[in-house]
Design a protein around this ligand. Sequence first.
Ligand code: SAH
Length: 224
Amino acid sequence: MRIDIITIFPEMFEGPFTESIIKRAVQKGIVDIQTHNLRDYTLDKNKKVDDYAFSGGAGMVMMIEPVDLCIRDLKSERDYDEIIYMSPDGELLTQPLCNSLSMTQNLIILCGHYKGIDERIREHLVTREISIGDYVLSGGELGAAVLADSIIRLIPGVLNDETSALSDSFQSGLVSPPVYTRPREYNNWKVPDILLSGDERKINDWKLEQAILRTKQRRPNMIE
Ligand code: SAH
């Protein structure tokens, strides 16, 4: 898979993509993540990528031309499955959406800033708009990092068996059961006996029971 991220702050991706699971996925060649600085695509001599909103009002708006030039440049190299704009009013990012995007080949993710982006970019250049939740971030970069992480970890070969995504919350329509590790007792707080019993069938029944209970308590809408 290849992910191209269009941003005015490419350095914000240094941490999320250079550590842990995503770092290994990149090293293994499973995913190629390229960031593109939007300022490299502006024809403005001061490298401006934003301007005042028509009709006034507070906040700058990202201009269409640099975004269009950057997307054109990328599209001349390969076909893209989706050109995604990170937006608070976009489709909410959920596990089924991550699953389906993890099966694509090439994605562009566009990060907005300031008051947002010129509406014509949304109308004519992007194919999908995704939100990571009903709150407003100062820019699309953190959302793009969340989106990329949630997709990449699902690509076969990225996670090993132990961390397999299939047993994670939401994959089976339930949240995960609780997990414990050593010591068996800490401050008089004990690990449930069943987990130490060695009876695999009973343990699996318990895990399912706990997952259902938790889902009812924490995500009742998922049970409906
Ligand atoms: N004025 C806009 C918010 C702009 S926030 C509004 O009220 O809808 C600046 C940028 O941050 C946006 O262009 C978008 O790319 C990003 N952003 C903010 N909140 C986000 C969210 N919940 N999910 C994804 N991206 C978000």
